[in-house]
Every structure is written in structure tokens, then in C-alpha cells.
Design a protein around this ligand. Structure first.
Ligand code: ATP
Ligand code: MG
Length: 259
């Protein structure tokens, strides 16, 4: 479903050239929930943003999503292809001057869906995240978890085949994290949406991801399946992930435990 072939991203900075992502290749199967973990600055967000070409890889790298080579598309074709790739962020990125309904409406407006057809789809998506009653509310009046649910509803309006999530629960408390992960899991199960999650929270990965890539200094250092209990972790992060998975199996409520 997603294939990154030898993608690199360099930035010119006052200190010189910075290799944010260096020669990374990644394959994500259709219907997977795939985690990308690593320390701050490892290149996780840059890699994620290359999947929908918010960040264009340096020449030579290729990005395939849903069978299309995005790196070869014209601007117009790319805009169309992006309708099938939704994205959510740590700080929700809702527009403060738009109501919940109007925020969720945005991707449909961009896609040119006539107003008459928008309403039913918006309410359908708000219903999925249990927020239809808040359609007239402004984001400032919502909790963090509710804001992220609006962002999920907004991402779902165009029925994306892929949902990219950059630290979706990093601003949320443990109970709210658990509920947002529940929504993501149900979107994956009910609609077959392929989900890629960037996070530094080990318990998030261990609770919903099937596969994971560990990034270090712009490179993918390690990839493995969390279902593979016999896997021998190479990095400290991979070891922590396996421990988090084992802890979750022993104490399934650990995600909701506040300390
Ligand atoms: N637009 C940019 N211009 C210059 N440098 C950038 C840009 N975007 C990212 N970088 C640099 O690239 C590196 C990787 O950044 P990235 O945001 O992908 O890391 P990350 O793993 O997501 O980190 P975090 O966990 O802190 O979000 C960092 O050193 C960052 O400063
Ligand atoms: Mg990041």
C-alpha cells in the first residue's frame, strides 16, 4: 500500500547541510497499523510527511501510495491522489474561526464536493467519532481529546485509504490517549484504512501497531513485527517496545493508568 524507495531529505541550515532522512526504504502493507519510533530529531516526522509529499524527497527517492508513484505525478494529479491520504497531528491543527462542522467540511470543500452533498458526509464522520452533537461548537470550547476526534473526523471525510498520524496522542492524558487509540483501531478495522503512526510513546506502539520501524539519525535502524515474540531486538528502543508489549499483555489496563 505504501512503498518508500531510497528516500532522503536534506535541509540547508545556517550550520550546513542536514540529513534529516538518509536513504530510507519502507514497505507498509494494506490494512496495517505501522509505527515509526525514535528519539527527537531522528527524522520520523520528515519520513511521515514524505508519504503524502508534504515533504518532497531529494531526487532519486520514490514514493508509492495505493499503487501510484506520487513522485512522478503533476501538481494536479498529486492533489487528487492526496484525497486518499488523511493526516492528523499532535496539536490537532483545527481552524479556530470555524465550527466543528466547518472544520470537518474543509477537505470536502477542497475536493470540490457541492455543499448539498457535504452535510450528510460531515455528520456521518462526526458520528463515527461520537461528536455529532458538537457540530456548532468552536474548537476553543473542546477538550484535547475532542479536538483530536474532530481532526480524525476531518481526515475521514474523503474516505482515505491511508491515515498518517504524527504524535496523535502526545498532548493527551492516558485515558484520552486510550480512547483516541480505540477510534484509530476501529477506523482500521471497519474501513480497512492503512495507518502509519509516528510516536515516542512506547505503549501507543505496543497497544495498536502490528509492525514498527525504529529510526536513528535519519536512517531506519530496525524493522520488526510486534507479534514476533522470538524477535531479537537490536536497539534499546526495540527492547523497550518488546517490554511494553509484554507489560500490556500482563496488565491490559496499563494504558489508562495515571501516575
Ligand atoms: N524544514 C526544515 N528545515 C531544516 N531542518 C529541518 C526541517 N524539518 C526538519 N528538520 C530537521 O531534520 C531533523 C529531523 O526532524 P524531524 O522533525 O523529522 O524529527 P522527529 O524525529 O520527528 O523529531 P521529534 O520527535 O522531535 O518530532 C531535525 O534535526 C530537524 O531539526
Ligand atoms: Mg516529529
Amino acid at each position: 500500500m505504501i512503498q518508500l524507495n531510497n528516500v532522503s531529505k536534506t535541509f540547508q541550515t545556517p550550520e550546513g547541510i542536514l540529513h534529516a532522512v538518509a536513504d530510507a526504504s519502507l514497505h507498509v502493507n494494506k490494512g496495517d497499523i505501522y509505527g515509526i519510533v525514535g528519539f527527537s530529531g531522528a527524522g520520523k516526522s520528515t519520513l511521515l510527511r514524505m508519504i503524502n509529499l508534504l515533504e518532497r524527497p531529494d531526487p532519486g527517492g520514490e514514493v508509492f501510495a495505493d499503487g501510484q508513484n506520487l513522485t512522478a505525478l503533476s501538481r494536479r494529479e498529486l492533489n487528487l491522489a492526496r484525497h486518499s491520504i488523511g493526516m492528523i497531528f499532535q496539536h490537532f491543527n483545527l481552524l479556530a474561526n470555524r465550527t466543528v462542522f466547518e472544520n470537518v467540511s474543509l477537505p470536502l470543500e477542497i475536493a470540490g464536493v457541492p455543499r448539498a452533498q457535504r452535510r450528510a458526509r460531515i455528520l456521518e464522520c462526526l458520528d463515527i467519532v461520537g461528536l455529532a452533537a458538537k457540530e456548532k461548537t468552536y474548537p476553543a470550547k473542546l477538550s484535547g481529546g475532542q479536538k483530536q476526534r474532530v481532526a480524525i473526523a476531518r481526515a475521514l471525510t474523503t474516505s482515505p485509504k491511508i491515515l498518517l498520524c504524527d504524535e496523535p496522542t502526545s498532548s493527551l492524558d492516558p485515558q484520552t490517549t486510550s480512547s483516541i487509540l480505540g477510534f484509530l483501531k476501529s477506523v482500521n478495522e471497519n474501513f480497512g484504512t492503512t495507518i502509519v503512526i509516528v510516536t515516542h510513546e512506547m505503549h501507543v506502539v505496543s497497544s495498536i501497531c502490528h509492525n514498527v520501524a525504529v529510526m536513528e539519525n535519519g536512517r531506519i535502524a530496525e524493522r520488526f513485527s510486534l507479534a514476533d515474540a522470538a524477535y531479537q531486538p537490536q536497539s534499546g528502543i526495540a527492547r523497550l517496545l518488546q517490554q511494553a508489549k509484554a507489560a500490556l499483555q500482563l496488565a491490559p489496563d496499563i494504558l489508562q493508568t495515571t501516575i
